[in-house]
Design a protein around this ligand. Structure first.
Ligand code: SF4
Length: 348
């Protein structure tokens, strides 16, 4: 594979600098951006209105082929998982979640190869982190999905393999490229960053002045239970996390979505629903309740329907905006990393 940096990792102003440094007029940068994100081309040769010497220059310095699609699981029109090989042979996953009735195509992208946080129910964190993805590799996932679907995705969630705030600068750059009016122009409110509770990341994110959404994986209403399934709670305990979320909400006026995976006999009792209500009462928020998707690496089970309904109703009664999702592809965190770990196990 071409070892040059991925073309999708450049902001328009960086492309402009590149053009100027190579004696090309700045407006060429806009033309290149239009070919990349307007016309979705997959080679420099297709950029017909560029002079041949600029096309050659671009291909000498940048690459299109950084993600090689190894596998697609799932049927077109339904939730699908794509396994990609990167230029250094590492693997990542990307998920497509179509919602035809809402007219949306959501892409769930990875931000790292592996993850250091090791949540018990997640296949991605079982073997630690190998490296951060570049902004280009993150934007590239969205572009590959665009090609797979034959149309541009309009929703992006950073909820695949990795913890986005552990790769802060490149994730912010990817957001700026995805959101740029000359790029894919995906609305800030259609982009969500999901964290397992990295408090310094939440604090920094609050200062960005972006309209991008934030989702926080909570999964327990008390520190003791949370520590059992999320080691991150040892570094940034629940109290500290909730203080950071309150400060974020106050500073940005934005509503956080809390993800809560329901696990049988661990965090699904009515008493725990009431504790959750107490925890979340201090600021406006949303809650996504998600039945556990079984993964090989974790022995937990999903609760029965009645238990989940009781939990859901307790939150609703307390006027907390709550969704009880069906499990079809929605427990991205648990399910993410499974294709990758299966491949790794096959190889080693
Ligand atoms: S759930 Fe997220 S933070 Fe936790 S191990 Fe998996 S990828 Fe990492």
């Amino acid at each position: 594979m071409n070892p040059n940096p991925f073309i999708y990792g450049l902001l328009p102003e960086e492309l402009e600098v590149f053009c100027k440094e190579h004696g090309q007029p700045a407006f060429r940068a806009k033309q290149v951006y239009d070919w990349l994100y307007g016309k979705l081309v997959s080679s420099f040769d297709e950029m017909k209105n560029l002079p041949a010497d600029l096309r050659e220059l671009l291909s000498e310095h940048f690459s299109f082929q950084t993600l090689e699609k190894l596998e697609v699981s799932g049927e077109p029109g339904e939730t699908q998982k794509l396994l990609f090989k990167l230029s250094d042979s590492e693997m990542i996953e990307t998920v497509i979640i179509p919602a035809p009735r809402r007219g949306t195509n959501t892409v769930c992208i990875s931000s790292q190869v592996g993850c250091v946080f090791g949540c018990a129910f997640c296949a991605s964190g079982q073997k630690g982190v190998i490296r951060n993805l570049t902004a280009g590799e993150m934007v590239g996932q969205v572009m590959e999905v665009g090609r797979e679907l034959g149309e541009r995705p309009n929703n992006v969630v950073f909820m695949g393999i990795g913890e986005p705030f552990d790769n802060y600068s490149e994730v912010m750059k990817a957001i700026r490229i995805l959101n740029h009016p000359d790029g894919l122009n995906i609305g800030a409110r259609k982009i969500t960053v999901s964290t397992c509770g990295v408090v310094p990341g939440i604090e920094r994110y609050a200062e960005e002045g972006l309209q991008v959404e934030l989702s926080v994986s909570l999964h327990a209403p008390d520190s003791e239970t949370r520590s059992q399934i999320m080691p991150v709670n040892e570094t940034w305990p629940l109290d500290e996390l909730m203080d950071a979320c309150a400060a974020y909400t106050e500073k940005t006026n934005r509503i956080i979505t809390f993800e809560y995976t329901l696990i049988k006999d661990l965090n699904d009792s009515l008493g725990q629903a009431h504790e959750l209500v107490k925890l979340l009462r201090r600021f406006p928020c949303r809650v996504n309740l998600i039945p556990l998707s079984p993964v090989e690496e974790f022995e937990g089970e999903r609760p029965d329907r009645e238990t989940m309904q009781t939990f859901f109703q307790a939150l609703e009664k307390a006027h907390i905006n709550t969704t009880l999702r069906d499990s079809k592809g929605s427990n991205l965190k648990a399910a993410c990393g499974q294709l990758r770990s299966r491949r790794i196990n096959e190889v080693f």
